[in-house]
Design a protein around this ligand. Structure first.
Ligand code: C2E
Ligand code: MG
Ligand code: MG
Ligand code: MG
Length: 294
């Protein structure tokens, strides 16, 4: 098409490409500097058992909010960091910081349940994830049973051969594993059954279809995903719950846990702290009895 449109159009394309490459380069520089200066931040979103709205954990979500610059979200910078390899450093920081924060809450006598950290499959493929993980746990003193790692279904299946043995070793360390954004990738069910994963997190795009009369097939789909997860002995959590109607429908469909704006938006640690109740006497037993299977 550009050929027929003539030289002007060609130049336009070249300039547009150069601009895109330049802004990528600028963003890359900004991310490197932010890492060096320790300017990333973790926010936390509460995870609840749906039946009684008991807080069962917090998901750590990374943020970059620098003074004088427009904030950018992880959806924008994670893919770039995966390409450049910076994701390894970011992931190391995120894991260490989440473990540190969780132990600080526990030391204060506050029950943060299980802390969930997102792990990029691209990061795991680059290696040393295991060593970094056990270092983070050792240095923080957080019991491995208090940590859950979330891996997106698409990333997992794309790199399954490299990732599966690593997951196995992580589980042996005592860390829990969850499949994130479930329904958006292409899981081989045979494979899924063999993975050492305890939980499915149904992607929020499916939950958005619930609660209206407009899309009965959407509800069927969610129902099937929940039944499949439970059939495999997995705990099922719904992401992106925004309305009471959705929450009620999910309970009726047998979904155990959820997160979403209805219950709480991601917030800085100081705010998340206010959601926590005192640790029960038998904290470890109580944790073992949460809906997460072993
Ligand atoms: P995710 O792991 O699926 O996290 C859930 C995302 O959905 C979060 O977006 C959260 O703010 C948003 N969310 C939660 N409840 C609702 C709701 O009710 N409605 C709507 N519309 N959205 C809701 P966020 O924080 O922008 O993160 C986006 C993605 O970036 C995450 O998706 C995760 O895949 C990735 N990410 C975030 N932090 C990290 C990290 O530390 N490391 C890695 N590797 N990835 C991360
Ligand atoms: Mg997640
Ligand atoms: Mg998710
Ligand atoms: Mg999601």
């Amino acid at each position: 098409q550009a050929k027929h449109a003539g030289r002007g159009t060609y130049r336009y394309y070249t300039e547009a490409l150069t601009q895109a490459a330049q802004s990528r380069l600028q963003l890359d520089g900004r991310l490197r500097r932010a890492l060096e200066r320790g300017e990333f931040e973790l926010w936390y979103q509460p995870l609840y058992r749906l039946a009684d709205r008991h807080l069962i954990g917090l998901e750590a979500l990374v943020r970059l909010n620098q003074p004088g610059l427009p904030p950018i979200g992880p959806a924008e910078f994670i893919p770039l960091m995966e390409d450049s390899g910076l994701i390894v450093e970011l992931g190391t920081w995120v894991t260490r910081e989440a473990c540190r924060q969780a132990l600080a809450w526990l030391d204060e006598g506050l029950d943060c349940g299980r802390i969930a950290v997102n792990l990029s499959a691209a990061e795991m493929r680059r290696g040393q994830t295991l060593a970094r993980l056990s270092q983070a746990l050792d240095d923080s003193g957080l019991p491995a049973a208090r940590l859950e790692l979330e891996i997106t279904e698409s990333g997992l299946m794309e790199h399954i051969d490299a990732v599966e043995p690593v997951l196995r070793q992580m589980r042996e360390m005592g860390v829990r594993l969850a499949i994130d954004d479930f329904g958006t990738g292409y899981s081989s069910l045979a494979r899924l059954r063999r993975l050492p994963v305890g939980k499915l997190k149904i992607d929020r795009s499916f939950i958005a279809d619930l609660g209206g009369e407009t899309d009965p097939q959407g509800a069927q789909l969610v129902s099937a995903m929940i039944a499949m997860g439970r059939g495999l002995g997995l705990s099922v959590l719904a992401e992106g719950i925004e309305t009471e109607v959705q929450a009620r429908q999910l309970i009726a469909l047998g979904c155990e846990a959820g997160q979403g704006y209805l219950f709480g938006r991601p917030a800085p640690a100081a705010v998340a702290r206010q959601w926590l109740s005192p640790l029960p006497e038998n904290a470890d037993e109580a944790l073992a009895q949460t809906i997460w299977p072993d």
